[in-house]
Ligand binder design. Structure first.
Ligand SMILES: CC(C)(COP(=O)(O)OP(=O)(O)OC[C@H]1O[C@@H](n2cnc3c(N)ncnc32)[C@H](O)[C@@H]1OP(=O)(O)O)[C@@H](O)C(=O)NCCC(=O)NCCS
Length: 359
């Protein structure tokens, strides 16, 4: 508990399951997340249930420490510190979210102080934060160092992070696609992409667990994703995947109630997967689907494989899915070109912030 905030701050033990004793506190933490992010975006589309988020908090490849602030019996703020365990990683990630009614009372500062103190002693001095920001108003804005995009200077998160010495390096666009409106357009885009890709490429589709014959290739592609996603001025962290990590990730998705739809493209002459895309379906039927990673490795770009993968996977969605959302770097023109052609439209922005702590 800190001297600056009069609201007690405690570290939560991450429960092993949603039936374990710590589960109600974990659930209250997730409710703060959903309230704060719904408030920023003006839509609850990005909300997750506690069960869906729990595996992410138990991920041994990306450990997290979790803190909450209380007002009496209520959880009113949350703070998360996470890091990648890969050797040589020098970055830590932080998130601080405070319920609207409890802001400007020092809770956010106290929680961030606490996370920064832990980072200071942990040998990962570069702190990053991915933060949803309110949509643009006509007022002053803060531009990202990447040169692509800006956020309102009056947004509480922007004011808070600038006052703490963080730099806005990158903007990610949050986009929604309303699906099922015009399936002919999707079919046309897919046919066109098939024609450009030609006979050297074959699609492989699966849902849930990755077929054993593709584990090695998918691990290679997921590792490449951590290297290829444009980082702008953010320090890049190589996040290495192997077969065991893919298997664990697949098991976690299933146990959380979500379902992962994967489309991959096999390059027939080499017999290797050279691209993939993933859509994560919510446990709650009818909720929004998340368009997750998409990658085509550099030697195979320019053959419309990104469009082929995305259109094919989107065509697998049932009528219960009405909205798909995705996050893309504002400078990632090749991916945005595909998404814009498919009808994704911007609904919000996420800032990629960074600060280096010198002990
Ligand atoms: C950003 C956030 C965590 C701040 O939490 P908080 O408990 O209000 O923070 P504090 O009371 O410690 O305020 C710290 C400073 O941030 C700045 N700040 C925060 N909100 C502000 C606002 N609406 N207008 C102007 N400055 C603001 C001020 O410098 C403030 O200090 P001051 O109150 O002495 O002027 C909270 O607004 C929030 O949850 N926003 C959504 C999530 C987010 O943007 N998180 C960013 C960090 S990962």
């Amino acid at each position: 508990m800190s001297a600056r905030s009069s609201f007690p701050i405690v570290e939560l033990t991450i429960p092993s399951t949603m039936q374990a004793p710590g589960a109600p506190a974990f659930e209250a933490m997730v409710e703060v997340r959903n309230r704060v992010e719904t408030g920023i975006l003006g839509s609850g589309v990005l909300s997750y249930s506690a069960a869906e988020l729990l595996p992410g908090f138990q991920n041994p490849y990306k450990p997290r420490r979790l803190f909450v602030a209380h007002d009496g019996g209520n959880v009113v703020a949350r703070a998360i510190l996470s890091w990648v365990t890969a050797a040589g990683s020098s970055t830590s990630s932080v998130t601080v979210e405070v319920d609207g009614a409890y802001r400007r009372r020092g809770i956010g500062s106290t929680m961030l102080d606490q996370l920064e103190d832990i980072v200071r002693g942990a040998g990962r001095p570069i702190i990053q934060s991915s933060v949803l920001h309110t949509a643009h108003t006509s007022g002053p804005s803060v531009a990202a160092s990447s040169g692509f995009g800006s956020v309102p200077a009056t947004d509480p998160g922007v004011r808070f992070l600038i006052s703490r010495g963080y730099r806005l390096e990158q903007i990610k666009r949050v986009s929604f696609l309303e699906v099922g409106q015009d399936s002919r357009e999707l079919t046309e885009h897919r046919k066109n992409a098939e024609r450009i890709a030609g006979p050297d490429y074959e699609l492989k589709l699966w849902s849930g667990a990755t077929p054993p014959e593709y584990l090695t290739d998918l691990a290679r592609l997921k590792t490449a994703m951590s290297l290829d996603d444009p980082p702008a001025g953010l320090k890049r962290t190589v996040d290495a995947w192997d077969e065991a990590r893919i298997i664990k990730r697949d098991q976690d998705q299933t146990s959380s109630g979500r379902e992962l739809l994967t489309a991959a493209v096999l390059h027939l002459p080499s017999g290797s997967l050279v691209g993939f895309t993933e859509i994560s379906l919510p446990a709650d039927v009818g909720g929004a689907a998340a368009q997750e990673d998409t990658l085509v490795i550099s030697e195979h770009r320019g053959f419309s494989l990104g469009m082929l993968l995305k259109t094919t996977n989107l065509q697998r969605l049932g009528p219960e899915t009405k909205i798909v959302y995705t996050f893309n770097a504002e400078e990632n023109r090749p991916m945005l070109r595909v998404n814009e052609a498919l009808g994704f439209r911007a609904v919000g922005y996420e800032g990629g912030w960074e600060k280096s702590i010198v002990s």
